[in-house]
Design a protein around this ligand. Structure first.
Ligand code: NAG
Length: 349
């Protein structure tokens, strides 16, 4: 069995040639169409292997698939390097306790581990969803629901990590700082449920959920805004990384909530440069930069973290992540079964 690679071309070329060429929006069912993207579609209803292979083909979602894949590779390599270089403690457990013996749990690194885990989950779901969804209507819905759950837990883990490691100590004690995490959880869940609901109701045509998602993105990084506004961030090691992260998030939120630039010239951005691609490229970059900023803030904040929040509150915050994940999962499953009921009644009718 030849393995899949770019070289030698003699093995790869026949496989690639077996892929059907891309088609126009008129050749796919309305559910699969995007507004203002007229070409570069892969045919719907092909076997799974074709979609896996389409990783090596240029189509409307090539960049949308490759950017999270590359970001996931960078995020995991960088995390492994950090875990080794910055010493024990990072995986939530130290091989050596403070007295030099035994295992000891390190609650203060748990949120960082959750963050990396959810970033990888989100990037993986996103790449898989865009690569494989044209397989069938059912795959399309299921994979996008998975993608929405991944997105919501990633946003909440950002909020959690930024709140704990990067926010200004005075802000965390303020009223806003106290309601921040519960509010971020509610927003993440609502935006996940709304995206799934809109998908069940009307496919891609409504954009309300996109605006809600953008709002969630912006609010999940809001601890950084406070630092920028009060200048207390100059005392931290990462002002430039945070500035870059905010710029990338805002830009990605902008492209997510509008259909520019393809709206300006339908058909010109089919393969490269439409809003969905720009959103994924920017968000992938943002994740890499954000992780870097978080590593530094983690080292900076770690000694004071347990004193600032208390070990119990830290654990509670991490448990809330599991809660949110299951609530989002349940919402997606409930809406998916609603969809199945609808299609089976339609089939009976
Ligand atoms: C790309 O094509 C697939 C079908 O092959 C479709 O489902 C998807 O919505 C298209 N993406 C964009 C951004 O047009």
């Amino acid at each position: 069995m030849p393995s899949l690679s770019f070289a030698p071309p003699s093995l790869c070329a026949p496989l690639l040639l077996s892929l059907p060429p891309t088609v126009t929006h008129l050749d796919v069912p309305p559910l699969f169409r995007s507004r203002f993207v007229l070409g570069g579609y892969r045919q719907v209803g092909q076997p799974w292997q074709r979609y896996l292979l389409s990783l090596l083909q240029l189509h409307n979602d090539s960049l949308t698939v490759w950017s999270p894949l590359l970001a996931a590779a960078v995020v995991s390599l960088r995390f492994l390097m950090f875990a080794v270089l910055a010493g024990g403690g990072v995986l939530g457990f130290r091989l050596q306790g403070p007295e030099g013996q035994g295992l000891s749990a390190d609650v203060s690194s748990l949120p960082l581990v959750l963050y990396v885990f959810s970033a990888l989950a989100y990037l993986g779901c996103s790449a898989a969803a865009h690569l494989l969804q044209p397989h069938s209507e059912r795959a399309h819905y299921s994979l996008f629901f998975l993608n929405n759950v991944g997105g919501a837990i990633y946003l909440y883990s950002c909020a959690l990590a930024l709140h704990l490691y990067s926010s200004d100590a005075a802000w965390t004690q303020s009223f806003l700082g106290k309601i921040f995490l519960p509010a971020a959880a509610v927003l993440s869940w609502t935006s996940c449920a709304a995206s799934c609901y809109v998908k069940v109701r009307s496919g891609w045509t409504c954009t309300f959920h996109r605006k809600l998602y953008s709002l969630t993105t912006i609010s999940s990084i809001s601890p950084i805004f406070h630092r920028l506004a009060t200048h207390s961030w100059t005392s931290s090691p990462t002002p430039s990384l945070h500035l870059l992260q905010v710029a990338l998030s805002l830009l990605s939120a902008f492209f997510f909530s509008c259909s520019s630039p393809e709206r300006l010239s339908p058909g010109s951005f089919d393969f490269l440069g439409h809003s969905r691609q720009l959103f994924h490229v920017l968000l992938s970059l943002c994740t890499v930069v954000q992780q870097e900023a978080l590593f530094r803030d983690f080292l900076w904040r770690r000694p004071a973290l347990a004193r600032l929040f208390g070990a119990e509150r830290l654990l509670l915050a991490c448990t809330s992540f599991l809660w949110l994940t299951s609530c989002c999962g349940m919402a997606a499953l409930a809406l998916r079964s609603r969809l199945q009921n609808r299609t089976s009644t339609a089939a009976e009718a």
